[in-house]
Design a protein around this ligand. Structure first.
Ligand SMILES: [Zn+2]
Length: 68
């Protein structure tokens, strides 16, 4: 999935990146999964008009984690 248009203001001026913490890139971990080894990275999109942020992650990896 990608954000191509801002759902808040309608702008199509979208930039793609990631979020950063001081220690590591954020990963997505389901509340249901038991193992934390394969947590997929979070991809972020920001609207350059209003600053709205939207996050996506790898759904195949999330599905795999739910099976383990
Ligand atoms: Zn916007």
């Amino acid at each position: 999935m990608e954000m191509t248009k801002c759902p808040k203001c309608g702008s199509t001026e979208i930039d793609r990146g990631k979020t950063m913490s001081s220690t590591w890139s954020p990963k997505y971990i389901s509340a249901k999964q038991k193992m934390f080894s394969q947590a997929p990275e979070v991809v972020a999109f920001v609207c350059l008009n209003c600053g709205y942020l939207e996050f996506y992650t790898d759904t195949e990896k999330v599905r795999q984690n739910l099976k383990e």
